[in-house]
Design a protein around this ligand. Sequence first.
Ligand SMILES: *Cc1c(COP(=O)(O)O)cnc(C)c1O
Length: 327
Amino acid sequence: MREAMKNANVGDDVYQEDPTVNRLEEVAAKKLGKEEALFVPSGTMGNLIAVLTHCQRGDEIILERDSHIYYYEVGGMSAVAGVIPRLIVGDRGILNPQEIRGTLRDENLHYPKTTLICLENTHNRAGGTIIPLKVTEEICQLAHQRNITVHLDGARIFNAAIALNIEPALLTKDVDSVMFCLSKGLSAPVGSILAGSKEFIQRARKNRKMLGGGMRQAGILAASGIIALEKMVDRLKEDHKNARILGEGLADISGIKVDLETIQTNMVYFDLQESSMDTFQFLPKLAEYNILGSPRPPTKVRLVTHYGISEEDIYTTIKAIKEIVRN
Ligand SMILES: *Cc1c(COP(=O)(O)O)cnc(C)c1O
């Protein structure tokens, strides 16, 4: 990636004159089966641009209670886009179409207008769980019947596609827009993609500019994004295999609880409740072994497998955690 970045042909992307950004956007749109795509600095900005582009101020949007857009994006949808969230609890992050149907209200003078449903595939806080294709199809059908658009926070949509062994475009065919991250599992240093119809991306481009996300010679970054899409997708299965080994190894340790059902992609959540430690006592001990995890307090921890983590590292990690919990 560093080599490609060094050699990238560049131009001014604010004027759509950067050939490397243009190429990345073409490759990305094609992979997702959308007319056009837009390179954005981060997933958070991509989601916010989507909300801004789909909604008017005062609109209601429907999200899963633990969705990233609601939980981790600093309230940008309300602070910047002026929408109000309506939260539904999913089952391992997956929304039930019937529940959405029950939540949608008929037109009434008093109600805000519901304009958008946001899905998350894979679902981060639920453990990297996959929304089955059928569920996405049903939710989109329901939404479109009511003139509601659907945005997919597909930060890790390629993990879902690889785990299901299907083309990513199949998982995005019914949604009106999709964001995914070139960083994270796909290993690029910076950047995400927002994709949708030509008309949607035209308006999204303007909102990106408004948010300060118009970048000039961004081909330096896009060059790594092209490699992420062309070379880093298929290997995600290694991350999934490693996550499975890690999850099963941890499940065997007394004091640690793992919901193996949720280990569908590259994440492992475990609960320390039955050990003598909580999250913030545990993580510094793990860091002493040079292993980093994310806190999910009070007693949970998230571990993510990725490029550069070998199967041997997984066994080292299981052994380390066994030692920590025993002492
Ligand atoms: C990481 C993540 C984002 C945001 O991406 P950033 O590039 O970190 O802003 C959005 N949605 C999900 C599900 C994520 O995991």
